[in-house]
Design a protein around this ligand. Structure first.
Ligand code: ADP
Ligand code: MG
Length: 466
């Protein structure tokens, strides 16, 4: 069967394509590795790009690889096909009986090293794609960033990278810049944090008042002549109007002339407050790539990668200890690794789980069980029933308020150690008798009222997950 044969030969085909196009390891991992043969229908080979992605990315992959894939398939199988690269959800539309189960590719280290010394760019040569560990949490961001690096200004423009602190936004921006210069040393890449940009604007304004000089002109020229402009942490612009205006004028100028812009922020474009809507819209016209918190496997991969790069060795239980306890910030993971390595060098000893526990005590504090307070219960109950705390505490006797009020009283007696008098006081009731009545009332109703039981179960879950 044609399809079977093609699937069998697929790895070989990708290998030849990689060689013939001189595709680097990172480019392979980003673009070719996720490609899987899906089906052959009416003389067309459908190839799935098994990633969370966008059609614009597919366009780029087709542009780079379609013709060569077609030719290699012909050489290997002797058959001439059309080639179509599709996203997983498009596969469902194809007239085929197959189901789609494609694995996420894993990251490989690359031998690529950066040699750029383009000082004016403000780039840190340490942050490259080869030192960036790819996991589920950052795959899309890494993919689009790499695409921008290979085709600046062409496809993902502007690229908006967002995510919490220490998750790799700055690393990816530098990686883009380093890669662009590696590809073409004449490209003018400019990386700046929003804070530095703001300081420059302030400096220009100050100087233009004191002496009649052209600081602002220089400033504008510098930014508006860039081929690639990257501004990090633009949440810093909120409330700084002159800088914001200056930035958007530059942004518009560059964007309309097809120059690449990369922006990072700790929030999604539509969540940033204090920016004009028309600017948010401009951001959203490009691609927004969110970096999420890495899962356990990715954290382990990052830790292993870092210790390997530092020629250190940690036993598996130490790696597991760090990965299990530091979850939401890679900068903190690095801090822990550095601390252990420093200790090991100083004491000339191997790292063990026992000294790791001791040394990381200040960084890792085990999750304390959450305390359930009447306040928390009241908040959750109010939210669940859609009433306000004032209504709950009031003397209002309408049925839709009495139910939540009694539930709150009942849960306070069941889920906290507070005395009935304390609960009464918190809910602005005379004494414990009101609380006891409410509690008994709910216990009675629970015997027959299944819906109430469901409500209470849901509320308990919400309380415990807070
Ligand atoms: P952000 O700008 O999002 O706050 P950074 O880019 O400064 O975060 O990353 C913090 C540290 O974690 C940096 O030293 C960076 O190299 C490292 N880091 C973040 N993500 C990764 C990753 N996926 N692989 C390897 N190192 C990473
Ligand atoms: Mg940063």
């Amino acid at each position: 069967m044609e399809l079977q044969k093609l699937i069998e030969k697929w790895d070989e085909i990708k290998e030849i394509v990689t060689k013939e196009t001189e595709t680097s390891e990172i480019a392979y991992n980003t673009w070719l590795k996720p490609l899987d043969v899906y089906d052959i229908v009416d003389g067309t080979v459908y190839i799935i790009y098994s990633e969370d992605s966008e059609s614009r990315m597919i366009a780029l992959i087709e542009k780079k690889y379609k013709v060569i894939i077609k030719n290699v398939i012909k050489d290997i199988t002797g058959n001439q096909y059309d080639i179509k690269i599709i996203l997983p959800d498009e596969a469902l539309k194809i007239n085929s009986t197959k189901t789609n189960n494609v694995d996420l590719p894993t990251n490989n280290n690359s031998t690529y090293t950066n040699t750029s010394n383009y000082v004016d760019s403000n780039l840190n040569p340490k942050y490259t794609f080869s030192t960036f560990v790819v996991g589920r949490n950052n795959k899309f961001a890494q993919g689009t960033a790499y695409t921008v690096a290979e085709a600046p200004g062409e496809i993902c423009n502007p690229l908006f990278i967002c995510g919490g602190p220490g998750l790799g936004k700055t690393h990816l921006m530098h990686a883009i810049g380093n890669q662009i210069i590696e590809n073409d040393n004449n490209k003018k890449v400019l990386y700046v944090t929003a804070e530095e940009f703001t300081n420059e604007v302030i400096e220009c304004i100050k100087n233009s008042r004191n002496k009649q000089n052209n600081d602002m002109t220089y400033f504008r020229e510098k930014y508006r002549n860039a081929d690639v402009l990257m501004i990090d942490d633009i949440q810093f612009f909120v409330g700084k109007e002159s800088s914001q205006d200056e930035f958007f004028n530059t942004f518009n100028k560059l964007h309309t002339s097809g120059k690449q812009i990369v922006i990072s922020s700790d929030k999604m474009p539509n969540e940033i407050e204090g920016f004009e809507d028309r600017y948010i819209t401009r951001f959203e016209q490009g691609i927004t790539a969110e970096i999420k918190i890495p899962d356990y496997e990715t954290r382990v991969a990052i830790i292993k990668n870092k210790i390997e790069n530092k020629d250190a060795y940690f036993p598996d239980d130490v790696v597991d200890y760090i990965a299990s306890n530091i979850k939401s910030n890679i900068r903190s993971i690095e801090g822990a690794i550095n601390k252990l390595i420093a200790y090991s060098n100083l004491e000339n000893t191997d790292i063990t789980i026992d000294n790791a526990r001791d040394l990381l005590d200040s960084i890792i504090s085990p999750d304390k069980p959450k305390e359930i307070t009447p306040q928390l219960i009241i908040e959750v109950v109010c939210e669940h029933y859609g009433v306000t705390i004032e209504q709950l505490i009031s003397k209002n006797r309408s049925q839709n308020i009495i139910r939540p009020r009694h539930v709150a009283m009942y849960l306070c007696t069941q889920e906290t150690d507070c005395s009935q008098d304390t609960i009464a006081k918190l809910l602005d009731r005379k004494d414990h008798s009101t609380i006891i009545n409410a509690r008994d009332n709910i216990i009675e109703q629970l015997k027959t009222d299944k819906e109430l039981q469901n409500q209470i179960d849901t509320i308990k879950k919400k309380i415990n997950s807070n």
